[in-house]
Design a protein around this ligand. Structure first.
Ligand SMILES: *[C@@H]1O[C@H](CO)[C@@H](O)[C@H](O)[C@H]1NC(C)=O
Ligand SMILES: *[C@@H]1O[C@H](CO)[C@@H](O)[C@H](O)[C@H]1NC(C)=O
Length: 361
């Protein structure tokens, strides 16, 4: 009994201690010429970049076309890295610094639309291109309801290498080829699926140029789990000008489905991880945050970077639980994970919808 009371006392004491820690205000320094204050004064200038970026790149902190473009450039820049060396320098901004070469690669088609304004922002604020790219990706995710709050480390030096062509996995590559390229860059198959969370806000402009802004899931303005549900639905629709290279049929009119998403969702090596995110936004965001933290510093010496995560805004929550789109049923789901049945989901009410494109701004 005495032992029990002691344990209780210890428990109460640690609760108090915890509350005390939470209640102690973190000391912040007012940033010069700004409405912001920072725990680390060295991060102050990033608040100026944030204000400029939100107003002038993200159209007032919108989860729109530029948000998915920011995630796309963050991946395409960083993935140029190889653990064996001999490729690019990773998350170093070479896609901007050497844009005359790298933006000509077929896999980087359309990236100039985000590379150009990011270069201008970096130059205006005296930031490196490697930093501005990873910063824009973290801000983009924060602008999306349901998004994760990503880590942001600052201080990447200018790029010293030009990334060769062929480092970005193509949507028409086989699963074997994609997994091998990701492993070469240092990522497991689970981390690849976590990174593909980015497709929840994706839309394609260049795969089928007759229908710019074709979204990959029915809720492109929300950082939800719908991509992990909708890629597993049986597909009947061929959008736009017919199936392009790297594209397969989609489950709803107006949607685009990448061949690589389709195959990764059904491959025995990746299907269960894919399914595990379908009704678990918390797990999805945890794994995405970890994989992005790794991607954002590929090729960098993190001991030379400073943590300015405090500058990244807190995303709005998404209150809509995972669902099957209107007109679809549980039987339309392709059961690809052999170990666990696909979770039972509510069906969105109403008639089946055609999905509208993400308008360019
Ligand atoms: C703050 O603004 C003043 C007046 O515009 C300017 O002279 C000064 O250099 C600015 N300081 C910083 C740190 O930006
Ligand atoms: C990094 O690149 C930018 C843009 O090309 C340039 O203005 C800056 O001086 C470079 N910084 C260093 C340290 O070389």
């Amino acid at each position: 009994m005495a032992f029990k009371s002691l344990a209780l006392l210890v428990a109460i004491a640690s609760v108090f201690q915890f509350t005390w820690v939470l209640a102690t205000p973190v000391k912040k320094t007012a940033c010069p010429n700004s409405s912001h204050s920072a725990i680390n004064a060295a991060c102050c200038t990033w608040f100026d970049v944030l204000d400029d970026m939100q107003a002038n790149l993200f159209d007032g902190a919108e989860c729109g076309e530029e948000a998915h473009s920011a995630l796309r450039i963050a991946f395409h820049d960083a993935i140029g890295f190889s653990t064996k060396g001999g490729k690019g320098g990773g998350a170093d901004g070479s896609i901007i610094a050497n844009g005359d070469v790298e933006l000509e690669f077929a896999a980087n088609n359309g990236i100039e639309d985000i590379a150009t304004p990011l270069q201008a922002l970096a130059d205006a604020h005296g930031k490196s291109y490697g930093d501005i790219i990873q910063f824009s990706a973290a801000v983009a995710v924060a602008d999306c309801p349901g998004g994760a709050r990503l880590q942001f480390l600052a201080g990447r030096p200018n790029a010293t290498l030009i990334t060769p062509d062929g480092t970005v996995p193509d949507p028409f590559n086989t699963v074997d080829v994609i997994l091998a390229r990701m492993a070469d860059a240092g990522f497991s198959s689970d981390e690849l699926i976590a990174l593909l969370t980015s497709h929840t806000i994706a839309a394609a402009d260049k795969i089928d140029i007759t229908i710019p802004g074709t979204p990959f899931d029915s809720t492109p303005g929300t950082f939800d789990t719908q991509i992990f549900i909708e890629v597993l639905l049986n597909a009947i629709h061929t959008p736009g000008a017919g199936l392009q290279q790297g594209e397969v049929k989609a489950p709803l009119a107006g949607l685009m489905r990448l061949q690589s998403d389709f195959e990764l969702s059904r491959d025995s090596r990746t299907a269960c991880t894919w399914q595990s995110f379908a009704n678990n936004p918390k797990l999805m965001n945890q794994k995405f945050t970890a994989a992005m933290a790794k991607l954002a510093v590929l090729g960098q010496n993190v001991r030379h970077l400073i943590d300015c995560s405090e500058v990244i805004p807190t995303p709005a929550t998404n209150t809509v639980p995972p669902f099957l789109p209107a007109g679809k049923h549980q039987s339309d789901i392709h059961q690809a994970c052999a170990a666990t049945p696909f979770p039972s989901l509510p069906i969105q009410p109403g008639p089946q919808q055609s999905i509208a494109p993400v308008p360019p701004s």
